[in-house]
Design a protein around this ligand. Sequence first.
Ligand code: ADP
Ligand code: MG
Length: 259
Amino acid sequence: MQPFLEIKDICLSYRSLAGETEVLSHISFSVSPSEFVAIVGPSGCGKSTLLNLISGLLQPDRGEILIHGQPISEHSANVGYMLQKDQLLEWRTIYQNTILGLEIRHQLTPSKIEKTKQLLTQYGLSAFRNARPSQLSGGMRQRAALIRTLVLEPDLLLLDEPFSALDYQTRLQVGDDIGQILRKESKPAILVTHDIAEAISMADKVLILTKRPSSVQKIVPIHLDISDRTPLSSRNAPNFKYYFNLIWKELNQNGTPVQ
Ligand code: ADP
Ligand code: MG
């Protein structure tokens, strides 16, 4: 099967008056259609930079990023990006927030409005349609942000530490919710996280990056011995701990604490 996304030998340095910072060094990996990939690595190693390259916000110095075999610049891939801060606008209601992207793209058609309302109901937010973001819990806000992203029907989802601002209990719940939503949508997704357990519980494979200048240290495919896998149930799989220890050791070999 042709991969959905191919990252081929990517290098990137930031240049400023103060000098040059080499961030990514010969990074290669691929993502299959509907595969969920988690990326872990030391703080400042270039994880967000890598997502910015994949979204087309930055251009690599070297290497190629292909979607369905075509360079991203030529492919009109629709990439959904979710960040740690949900970026909901307080002066808009939850419903108005979820349609923001559609408004900006002039895609506010009756069928898209219907789809938005359906997602709000499906993900337990219809009673909060007219509420302001500050009236919602952190987990509900993240779900609203996810709906705003999903109604744009992205071909690929990029998630940059989307749960790290939430407390532990909420993070487990929201991670489980969002993981299940993404499985249902069966879209390819890339999750950057500093939480090893979160990476294993959600991903089909975990990409471990070295410290900067960052290269791929190891790619760990995750095969959990569990039926009806969800992010929460994954944590009870007998071999969950095996993967945790493996990734923990790899990151510690890195010599820098993970974040
Ligand atoms: P991570 O997400 O893994 O923590 P980042 O991709 O945010 O890492 O940053 C990687 C490195 O590049 C860091 O050392 C950071 O300080 C530097 N950096 C990030 N953005 C810029 C920029 N726009 N200009 C210069 N340096 C940057
Ligand atoms: Mg980052």
